[in-house]
Design a protein. Structure first.
Length: 308
């Protein structure tokens, strides 16, 4: 994809006019048969940092008033487009999971118009390989090979976490762009392949922040608390539903300061930093899911979600 500002390229396969800006991934297309230079017809705009594993993608449809509803399907997942902040358009969040195989991936936007008319707009995209770091970690043996007595608990907790993030709130609950939960530096370890005691055991699906013990951890955005529990691996953990299938998670805390079911504002303290669960020292484990895709928290911070 071109990154030259204001450069327009006609995509023959999709019969769409596409342009990209220097923002790192802004693609617009109009419905086939419409002149992109004229101001009529729905306009599709994609916003992303990169089309790579672990990256979120925003899909905007600027309505000309003829759109009844719309949905987008990408990498096997379908999301409904819902009113975007600021009005005038509908939008959806999608994610390219951390373990997505690079290669061609088409996106289909289905637009329902009056009179039962349905327009299918296809965009042919390519997921580009991303290299992730790897590391060796030394944990207490019971966290690498948990005792048999803990297997039930671990399984149950995994199910509860999955359940908490399985319900999609059909509206955006956020207040402007996402913000970091603390301003300390990170370990830049999203997607890290982990050899625990020399056994390739896990992928690091979040980002670790070097927060000192006891400091407040703030909600990245407004939403509803869907979990505030002490987990075997994650330690004291809060999960916030931001709507539209987006969930943020804060782990290893020493104290939980919110309860399940509570609504939180952006920047509200949800807990205090700690080292509970499978942790080698005080830090915050911060992660995001968009539906079932695991995406990079740093990329979430860059999504254009309007003024705060
Ligand atoms: Zn972590």
């Amino acid at each position: 994809m071109t990154r030259s500002p204001a450069l327009r390229v006609r995509m023959i396969s999709a019969a769409l006019a596409v342009f990209a800006t220097g923002l790192g991934g802004l693609v617009s297309g109009r419905l086939p048969g419409q002149d992109p230079l004229q101001g009529s017809g729905p306009v599709i705009r994609l916003s992303y940092r990169a089309l790579q594993p672990g990256e979120p993608v925003l899909v905007f449809l600027e309505s000309d008033g003829t759109v009844r509803s719309a949905s987008v399907t990408f990498l096997g997942r379908t999301a409904e487009l819902r009113p975007a902040p600021g009005g005038g358009s509908v939008f959806a969040f999608l994610g390219i999971d951390l373990q997505t195989e690079p290669g061609p991936a088409s996106m289909t936007i289905k637009v329902h118009k009056p009179g039962g008319l349905v327009e299918n707009i296809r965009k042919d995209l390519v997921v580009v390989e991303r290299k992730f770091p790897s590391t060796k970690l030394q944990f207490k043996p019971e966290y690498v090979t948990p005792p048999a007595s803990m297997q039930e608990r671990i399984k149950r907790e995994a199910e509860l976490v999955a359940l908490a993030m399985s319900v999609v709130t059909p509206e955006w609950l956020g207040e402007g762009p996402f913000a970091a939960p603390h301003d300390a530096a990170t370990w830049e370890n999203f997607g890290q392949r982990r050899l625990n005691n020399s056994v390739l055991q896990s992928l690091h699906t979040g980002l670790d922040i070097r927060v000192p013990f006891g400091e407040p951890i703030r909600a990245s955005n407004a939403g509803a608390v869907v979990m505030a529990s002490s987990l075997y691996f994650g330690g004291k953990t809060v999960i916030i539903d931001h709507g539209l299938g987006v969930f943020s998670t804060y782990g290893h805390m020493s104290e939980l300061l919110v309860k399940r079911g509570e609504t939180v504002k952006k920047g509200q303290t949800v807990g205090l930093c700690g080292s509970t669960g499978r942790s080698t020292g005080p830090h915050l484990h911060w992660s995001f899911k968009i539906f079932d895709t695991r995406v990079d928290p740093e990329a979430m911070l860059r999504l254009p979600l309007g003024p705060t």
